[in-house]
Ligand binder design. Sequence first.
Ligand SMILES: C[S@@+](CC[C@H](N)C(=O)[O-])C[C@H]1O[C@@H](n2cnc3c(N)ncnc32)[C@H](O)[C@@H]1O
Length: 312
Amino acid sequence: MAEFSHVPVLAAEVLRFLAPKRAGVYLDGTVGGGGHAALVLEASSPDGRVIGFDRDDAALAAARERLAPFGGRARLVKSNFADLGERLLELGITGLDGFLLDLGVSSHQLDTGARGFSFQQDAPLDMRMDTGSGPTAADLVNGLSEDELSKLLHEYGEERWARRIAAFIVAARTDAAIETTFRLVDLIKGAIPRGAWEERLHPATRTFQALRIAVNDELGSLERGLTAALGLLTPGGRGVVISFHSLEDRIAKNVFRSFSQGCSCPKGLPRCICTKVPLVRVLTGKPVMAGAGEIEANPRARSAKLRAVEKL
Ligand SMILES: C[S@@+](CC[C@H](N)C(=O)[O-])C[C@H]1O[C@@H](n2cnc3c(N)ncnc32)[C@H](O)[C@@H]1O
């Protein structure tokens, strides 16, 4: 297996907000190479535990190696974190002292050209985190209608040129199916007028983001997983989410807000009969972002936004 390289982002901030303690039970819903998980295990020594989820076999293999020194304190599970309620119940876990979701793809996934996540390397258009299930990016690019493609690129990629890119894709695939990243990149470059290319953003960035989100149902998984994880936090338990684009950050913000709100019935009612009570306290008014030093050392940290809550 190629060496797994991924530097955990906002590591000090994750520890500050998660505040791991002895004997605590923590969920790392996106264990990746186990970087954050190892820090949580160290901070909760000698008997804190981490349950690490990932959908990606290569990530789990790397995490297994990285977390081996912690023995039975680390447990790894191949699963979408959207299903964490059921999976944790199967393990007999009914409460969490904290959870972390460090979203998106790892540097390892991006750097492994064959996975099809990167527009910088020619590879089959796959983009599945779990290579054993679900449609690939090629299935979507070749199977969706022009309208569906345009909507997908607009909604998940916030791509201004969605209509034109969709039209170019549909015209090109009548000759031969679009099977590779570079063929798609060429089509995108043809669809977006040269003068409209952004200075610091590759023209394929938004289309690749949109396809990856759709292939892996990233937004639906986040909403389901986050809601389930908040329900499992024990009083005083902390939840931390690190997102890398505005769609994910908006979901984290809105789910946290809805759990933090109490009764909002109009004032002046004779007696409020709603039962809504705040379940969490939001610890981060604005999202926490990496400092210049971290961004210089790890450019991936540039777009990271961390939000955290505490269960009441
Ligand atoms: C940014 S990396 C996490 C890196 C990790 N924090 C570390 O320090 O090494 C994100 C990881 O989450 C996984 N992932 C993304 N969405 C997931 C989901 N819905 N369920 C499970 N794993 C997911 C990806 O496969 C990837 O390995």
